[in-house]
Design a protein around this ligand. Structure first.
Ligand SMILES: [Zn+2]
Length: 318
């Protein structure tokens, strides 16, 4: 099955408590499109709004009617990317007074009014309770939602069905992303409802797979450096071999690209000055091979990054 699956159902009742309506925005970044979820037994909570595609609203209304629902009780967003909150204005025009909430973090501009939502603030629906879990890395404002009754997790773009996620260069952070995955690993999660692609049944295995995938990419960088590859382009394209397409759109006007925990250029530049063995002795000694220096450089750069709290520059108002 391809990432952009034309057969992906536009609506589905995926459990007693959860309905899914597709955002109708297929593409390389979004796969079959953004999943929006309706949670609860009546007037459900809507998680995410799609990109604002015209045909989404009639599709949502048809699905609500099929289920005997009148309208969403409220909207909660996983994060600010356009394919998740692009439908807010459209929904507000149709359902007057609809409340919309997200974690407000580094947001200079949002369609007004949006309420602030924080980790742990329990959201009560009809026969369902959702608990926001802060999961930055793909986006600095990213919340996942834990559905208590099902021990299920709405992962937004942190974990996807059928692809790995992208860490955008402006607002993403691979170390935070790995931390987020490890936090999710601590929860008792059985099932994952991703923002793109089908339901994931074996949640613990999928979370572990995502962690392993990222660790493998780091190892590939180290190995490429240890082998002494001279060009950054060559080493990175070889380390990136097998990378999946990059799902989920970043904000408009920004380019998404995969970013490793340490950019290869930085890793390649850093070792010249830092290893103590080079400073002390002109000739290499035991334990001071090129591979050792690369490992040390990676460790030092990671520590520096942690100490400095290095973050991408603040977003400018658009
Ligand atoms: Zn996203």
């Amino acid at each position: 099955m391809s990432w952009i699956d034309p057969e992906f159902p536009t609506t589905a009742t995926v459990s007693e408590l959860v309905g899914r309506v597709l955002g109708l925005n297929p593409g390389m970044m979004t796969g079959p499109g953004t999943n929006t979820y309706l949670v609860g037994r009546r007037d459900p909570i809507l998680i995410d709004t799609g990109a604002g595609v015209t045909d989404y609203l009639p599709l949502l209304e048809r699905y609500l009617a099929e289920r005997g629902f009148t309208q969403p009780s409220r909207v909660i967003l996983t994060h600010r990317h356009r394919d998740h909150m692009g439908g807010v204005a459209q929904l507000r025009a149709r359902f007057r007074g609809l409340s919309v909430a997200k974690m407000i973090h580094k947001d200079r501009w949002l369609p007004e009014p949006i309420e602030d939502l924080r980790e742990g603030e329990r959201i009560a629906g009809a026969g369902a309770a959702l608990i926001p879990v802060y999961t930055p890395g793909h986006a600095s404002d990213h919340l996942s939602y834990y559905l208590v009754e099902e021990k299920a997790l709405f992962t937004g773009d942190v974990i996807l069905g059928g692809s790995t996620t992208v860490i955008p260069s402006d607002d993403g952070d691979l170390l935070e992303y790995l931390d987020s995955l490890r936090r999710l690993q601590q929860l008792e999660v059985r099932r994952i409802y991703p923002a793109h692609g089908p339901v994931i049944e074996n949640a613990p295995a999928k979370i572990q797979e995502y962690i392993d995938h990222r660790m493998m990419r780091e190892r590939q960088i180290l190995e490429a450096l240890g082998e002494g590859l001279a060009t950054t382009a060559g080493s990175w394209s070889s380390a990136s071999k097998g990378a999946s397409p990059a799902p989920s759109e970043p904000p408009p006007g920004r380019v998404a690209r995969a970013k490793p925990a340490l950019e290869p250029r930085r890793v390649l530049r850093a070792p010249r000055a830092s290893p103590a063995c080079e400073r002390r002795r002109p000739a290499p000694r035991r334990g001071c091979t090129r591979r050792d220096r690369a490992r040390r450089a990676l460790r030092d750069a990671t520590a520096r990054r942690r100490r400095s709290g290095c973050r991408p520059p603040a977003r400018r108002p658009r």
